[in-house]
Design a protein around this ligand. Structure first.
Ligand SMILES: C[S@@+](CC[C@H](N)C(=O)[O-])C[C@H]1O[C@@H](n2cnc3c(N)ncnc32)[C@H](O)[C@@H]1O
Length: 305
């Protein structure tokens, strides 16, 4: 049961979802036809020290699951791979456009500060719950970030802009923001407040990338139950839908940013995988296409809408 001021460590509640994402990145990295390489993902999952997560990392997404008809789990796995590629390319484009200030909201076990190529004058702020960031710092203690990485331990339902400014964020510089795997863990009003803060803190030329599952893709009870069982068999207690806040009553960020006169473009997770030679099973397409992948750009003075 979520509350307005709940908090968590990496293995608890919403914190554990960050391990799930890292486990999928580790699995994708291990494939011969991997669409990205995240060498830190397996290390981060291993640092949790849970047999269950190690088992999930190597086996949960095997093709066996799809023949069991467990398509929701696969839909999510496919979306996770697609969104990683999409956001990696988003940051590469932002850097090419001259942006040097990066803010990763709800960074979790995202290792982009370590694994992507950044110009040396790039500053990357990572925001998440204090215990989640502390775990990551311990697990990657011998890693070397490829940019000036700054941790901002904070709750994103609280006054995070102050915490960000205190760490040296410069609101007059264009920023590339990311909210990956975050918004459904916030109540609708907290999502709106977060987006408003992003707009307030964004100089012209800033960008925001988001993914968000819409309500229509929430799994039916039988799949939810099966997924719960797969997780429980691995000794893991994690039910995403218990941690999500509803889609209903929430702003659609596509129209929200358009209303704020930002330029909105959308990614298509199915096409993204297929364009890179990854077959997308028929059974997972519906679950994937309900998933929003988007980028919004705040026009510079000379841009036209
Ligand atoms: C599904 S994980 C995604 C992590 C990362 N963005 C990625 O894609 O690898 C969700 C993350 O959101 C963070 N999170 C959710 N709600 C938060 C809040 N209110 N304040 C700070 N962090 C939050 C969790 O701690 C967790 O790390």
């Amino acid at each position: 049961m979520r509350t307005d001021d709940d908090s968590w460590d990496i293995t608890e509640s919403v914190g554990a979802t960050a391990i799930g994402v890292a486990a999928i990145r580790a699995y994708e990295t291990s494939r011969e036809d991997a669409l990205f390489h995240d060498p830190y993902a397996a290390k981060l999952v291993a640092a949790v020290g849970s047999e269950g997560w190690n088992a999930m990392m190597s086996g949960a997404l095997s093709r066996r699951s799809i023949s069991d008809g467990d398509y929701q789990a696969w839909s999510m796995g496919n979306v996770l791979v697609a969104r990683t590629v999409y956001f990696d390319e988003y940051f590469a484009a932002a850097v090419r456009a001259g942006i040097r200030q990066i803010v990763i909201l709800a960074a979790g076990l995202d290792a982009r500060a370590y694994r992507l190529e950044w110009p040396s004058d790039t500053r990357i702020f990572e925001l998440d719950q204090p215990k989640v960031l502390a775990f990551k710092a311990r697990a990657l203690a011998d890693g070397e970030p490829a940019a000036d990485r700054r941790e901002v331990p904070v709750d994103l339902r609280q006054d995070w802009p102050k915490a960000l400014l205190d760490k040296g964020f410069e609101p007059d510089q264009p920023t590339a923001w990311l909210a990956e795997g975050l918004l459904r863990y916030l109540p609708g009003h907290a999502q709106t407040q977060l987006l408003e803060h992003v707009v307030e803190l964004s100089a012209p030329g800033s960008r925001m990338a988001i993914n968000l599952g819409t309500g229509s893709g929430d799994p039916a009870d039988e799949f939810r139950e099966r997924r719960r069982k797969v997780m429980a068999d691995a000794g893991l207690k994690l039910d995403l839908e218990d941690l999500f806040y509803p889609w209903e009553g929430r702003e659609d960020p596509r129209s929200w940013f358009a209303m704020h006169r930002w330029l909105v473009t959308e990614g298509d997770p199915v096409a993204l995988l297929e364009d890179r030679g990854r077959a997308v099973p028929e059974a997972v397409r519906a679950g994937m296409t309900q998933h929003i992948l988007m980028t919004a750009t705040k026009p510079r003075g000379d841009d036209t809408l």
